[in-house]
Write a protein that binds this ligand. Structure first.
Ligand SMILES: *Cc1c(COP(=O)(O)O)cnc(C)c1O
Length: 397
């Protein structure tokens, strides 16, 4: 008997999504056109944020947010080490240095206390921002983090790539927090909503949004009534020359295409359904893992209504007598895909070479035990039960 392979995560695409993309392909604008505006408006709707700036990846979203805050060489940015590479790399893109913060070993989340410790590692006044990561979809304690940030006059950029569609523990949609400068989202296929590659930044700050719109398109500005170079930019009658554009600051091509945006908007219509089904699957796993084995337990919970991106268990591999690679291979043989989220970023060769070997006990303890098991909206209850049974077999064997 062959059973379908269950990856740890995957996109959910239906005929409506296909039709939305096909309509763009038959139309006029393939890249940044009306679909991008509509997608951004839809993002404002689902997050409750007044501004949404789309771009071509979650990584680009982080890059735009860091750049728009004016962070540069000589500055420091505090990033939890238990995250995807991009959360830290975005600081390096603008020449700033990364200070890694440790995380809670049960939840994987950076807390205010971890931020305080990290702050002590940089010259006073050199830390410009921190990038808390809403790992797995669970939100960091933004109230606590914001209290520390305020005291030290640093901005907060949420890495909300895992958390679209969730609610902060204190209320409010993820992406709408008035405590932070911006929130960054990814629409990679394993994330809750897929555009292929894609991302966005939400913010309350209209000026910051305008800066990010300029930076995502080479730093170009057009139609200026007061250009820096009036002899080129203005006609004899003082109106803007129609061909003229100017670049006061260097930017990038981080634009999203209309093809991607149309898929994104179609996907956003299903966001609530996706989040609800993910929560049902999480509840079914929780019930099963509560009594399966002393060496397996779900990660720690912070409450609220997260939009679950990953389902992560902690396994005491020593107690099972198998190492993680053996467990992953055995599960794969049973048609169950797993992954490790994440290998702590401070251990990456690039960062070890730059900052030396650091010890982050909370993150290293979380990492040593974590395993992400399949979670995506089209999983059936029987699929969930199959994952649990496979784990029971592998761990007991
Ligand atoms: C996926 C992800 C990113 C990067 O998003 P891309 O769209 O793949 O560039 C950044 N941070 C976290 C936590 C992510 O999971």
């Amino acid at each position: 008997m062959t059973v379908p392979f269950l990856p740890y995560g995957r996109q959910t695409i239906d005929d409506e999504d296909v039709a939305a993309v096909a309509a763009v392909l038959r139309g006029e604008a393939l890249t940044t056109g009306p679909e991008v505006d509509r997608f951004e408006a839809a993002l404002c709707d689902v997050t409750g944020a007044p501004q949404a700036v789309s771009c071509n990846s979650g990584t680009a979203a982080l890059h735009l947010a860091v750049a728009a805050l004016g962070i540069k060489e000589g500055d420091h940015v505090i990033v939890p080490t238990l995250t995807f590479l991009a959360s830290a790399n975005c600081a390096r893109y603008v020449g700033a240095e990364v200070i890694f913060a440790d995380v809670n070993p049960e939840t994987g989340l950076m807390e205010a206390a971890h931020l305080e410790i990290a702050l002590k590692q940089a010259p006073v006044g050199s830390v410009k921002a921190t990038i808390p990561v809403h790992l797995n979809g669970q939100c960091c304690d933004l109230d606590g983090i914001a209290a520390v940030a305020k005291k030290h006059n640093i901005s907060i950029i949420e890495d909300a790539c895992h958390a679209l569609g969730g609610t902060y523990p204190g209320g409010g949609k993820v992406g709408s927090s008035p405590l932070t400068a911006a929130a960054c989202f990814s629409f990679h296929p394993v994330k809750t909503v897929a555009t292929g590659e894609g991302g966005a930044v939400t913010t309350h700050d209209a000026d910051m949004a305008a800066t990010m719109r300029t930076l995502r398109s080479h730093g170009m500005r057009r139609g200026l009534t007061a250009p820096a170079l009036p002899e080129f930019g203005l006609a004899a009658d003082g109106t803007p020359n129609p061909w003229y554009y100017e670049m006061p600051e260097v930017g990038w091509n981080h634009r999203l295409s209309d093809i991607h945006a149309a898929l994104g908007r179609s996907q956003l219509r299903k966001l609530d359904r996706f989040v609800t089904r993910r929560a049902e699957i999480v509840a079914r796993y929780d019930a099963a893992f509560a009594s399966l084995s002393n060496s397996i337990r779900p990660i720690g919970r912070v409450g609220g209504s997260p939009a679950w991106h990953l389902y992560v268990i902690h396994i005491d591999f020593a107690a099972t007598g198998k190492d993680r690679a053996a467990v992953m291979h055995a599960l794969k043989d049973k048609g169950v895909g797993t992954q490790v989220h994440y290998f702590p970023v401070h251990l990456q060769p690039y960062y070890q070479k730059r900052y030396g070997r650091q010890s982050m006990p909370g993150a290293e303890a979380y990492y040593a035990r974590c395993l992400s098991v399949p979670l995506f909206p089209t999983m059936t209850d029987a699929d969930v039960d199959r994952v649990v049974a496979a784990l029971a077999d592998v761990v007991a064997a």
